[in-house]
Write a protein that binds this ligand. Structure first.
Ligand code: SF4
Length: 85
């Protein structure tokens, strides 16, 4: 799975600063997560950092996008050469 921003987002920007994949962007006050970049922080942290720092719990895993740990790790490796085997 990847994560997504919920309507309860207050636009504090904290998640953007934490994302190791630069997967979170803002336009006109609306924050979105690029699901093709989000790895649930696999490759960097043990849990999604955007969910950890969100004060209003406005980020959740997207159950409609199922990915295994290996899928997420492969995605991280495609984006970050330092994670290559
Ligand atoms: Fe970025 Fe991690 Fe949040 Fe995905 S779970 S958007 S990789 S901070």
């Amino acid at each position: 799975m990847s994560c997504r921003v919920l309507e309860s987002c207050i636009g504090c920007d904290m998640c953007v600063l934490e994302c190791p994949n630069d997967a979170i962007s803002e336009k006109d006050g609306v924050y979105t997560i690029n699901e093709d970049l989000c790895t649930e922080c696999v490759g960097f942290y043990k849990s999604p950092q955007c969910m950890r720092v969100c004060a209003v719990k406005a980020i959740a895993r997207n159950p409609e996008r199922r990915e295994t740990h290996d899928d997420l790790l492969a995605k991280a490796r495609r984006s970050h050469s330092v994670l290559q085997k």
